[in-house]
Design a protein around this ligand. Structure first.
Ligand code: NAP
Length: 397
């Protein structure tokens, strides 16, 4: 029986994890849950799963949850709050496996502490590896517990890696759908509207990740994640546009063999894989190979999508540069969504923030968070400056 903690239990990955736990009751038990501010769902999960510990992002929500659970006769769960509460959820002594699925840097500390406490960690949260991947992977090595990726591309790479040894890997191929502007001519990029950028062709996701997919920054983050998870330099991690998103990623070995992973596009499969690794168990998540009609591939256009180039440059430098990349992207995407900068302004803000970031390699999570805050301030100032300099499409004024 694996005893599980879920960081971000009320989110999309958290709910998919609970659905897997529900499907395999003799394999998994829920010990602790951390949520943000979805009080109603956190209450329902606490009543259904009887965790020993629940944490909410804010103390006022924790207080309400305590009261509601008490009144409903469910006083078994301890209820905590804040970053310290999430750390307790992740490091509960009875927990074996932690699913890290809090969005953004809010999940960083709990993820790092879980690794440090020797827990097996299944990682969905991208930002943790982008901003502090060097610290987290060094700690997981020390603990002898490699991270298990849940992000579908990295999960696919992890599966393909089982076909050879790390020194036999020529390169990793991360597949990218290409986003909504794959076929849009570069000259039309000045006129991209928020509505167009939010209209992803294949996936329905949160607003930030949807814009990150449109700029290809999401793929850039995945390049950094792959380098850190698998210990590869950026030149060994390539991106290939594959609009059907059928192949989740590939590994090319030095003898010329290329192993690819194909499966349904359902996050429950990578979650199940991580939770049961190194075993493979029966599931109903079937992929009908006979439905496969066409697989297309082409290289990404780094001129049209400068965010991908910036991510490669930051990956090469590491440390403060990848922290600034993530922080500036978050600020710039928010400004674009508020129509304060244009679509092309996103990469300009990020490039200028990287230019103002002094290269360094933080040695603690608190230093990472300090550099993150500094980069956000720089990016905010640049938004004011660049926002005034670019021509916003008439629709956005
Ligand atoms: N969804 C996917 O298909 C997918 C695929 C690959 C990787 N990922 C990555 O996985 C992570 C989670 O993605 P998601 O799609 O599940 O996001 P989501 O649906 O937005 O869920 C985010 C979760 O984080 C919680 N949260 C937010 N701030 C918090 C805080 N300060 N303290 C504690 N919990 C907090 C939210 O709680 P409330 O809802 O209660 O506020 C929610 O449970 C992201 O890093 C994402 O990039 C997602």
């Amino acid at each position: 029986m694996k005893r599980v903690a879920i960081l971000g239990s009320t989110g999309s990955i958290g709910r998919s994890t609970l659905s897997i736990v529900e499907s395999y009751p003799d394999r998994f038990a829920v010990i602790s849950l951390a949520a943000g501010s979805n009080l109603q769902l956190a209450y329902e999960q606490a009543v259904h799963w009887h965790p020993k510990l629940v944490s909410m992002a804010h103390e006022r929500d924790a207080e309400t949850l305590r009261k509601r659970l008490r009144e409903a006769g469910h006083s078994g769960a301890e209820v905590l709050s804040g970053a310290a509460g999430a750390v307790r959820v992740a490091t509960h002594p009875e927990v074996d496996f932690v699913v890290s699925a809090i969005v953004g840097v809010a999940g960083l500390e709990a993820t790092y502490e879980a690794v440090k406490a020797g827990k097996q960690v299944g990682l969905a949260n991208k930002e943790a590896l982008v901003v502090a991947g060097e610290l987290i992977t060094a700690e997981s090595k020390r603990q002898g517990k490699p991270l298990l990726p849940i992000d579908s591309e990295h999960n696919a790479v992890h599966q393909c890696m089982r076909g050879g040894k790390l020194h036999e890997v020529e390169r990793v191929w991360l597949t990218a759908s290409g986003g909504p502007f794959l076929h849009t001519p570069a000259r039309e990029f000045d006129n991209i509207t928020v509505e167009q950028a939010l209209n992803h062709p294949t996936w329905k996701m949160g607003r930030r990740i949807t814009i990150d997919s449109a700029t290809l920054m999401n793929k850039g983050f995945e390049v950094i994640e792959a380098c850190r998870l698998f210990g590869l330099p950026p030149r060994q991690v390539d991106v290939v546009v594959h609009p059907q998103s059928t192949i989740h990623s590939m590994v090319e070995f030095r003898d010329g063999s290329v192993l690819a992973q194909l499966s349904v596009t359902d996050m429950r499969l990578p979650i199940l894989y991580a939770l049961t690794f190194p075993e493979r168990v029966e599931s109903d998540l079937r992929f009908n190979i006979r439905d496969l009609k066409q697989l297309d591939f082409c290289p990404p256009d780094m001129n049209k999508f400068p965010c991908l180039r910036l991510a490669y440059e930051a990956a090469e430098a590491g440390g403060s540069k990848t922290i600034a990349l993530n922080a500036a992207d978050e600020i710039a995407v928010e400004a674009f969504l508020q129509a304060r900068i244009s679509f092309k302004g996103i990469s300009r803000v990020i490039e200028a923030t990287l230019g103002e970031t002094v290269a360094s390699h933080p040695e603690s999570i608190s230093k990472v968070l300090e550099l993150d805050a500094e980069a956000r301030d720089v990016a905010r100032n640049l938004v004011e400056h660049i926002g005034g300099a670019v021509q916003l499409p008439a629709k956005l004024h």
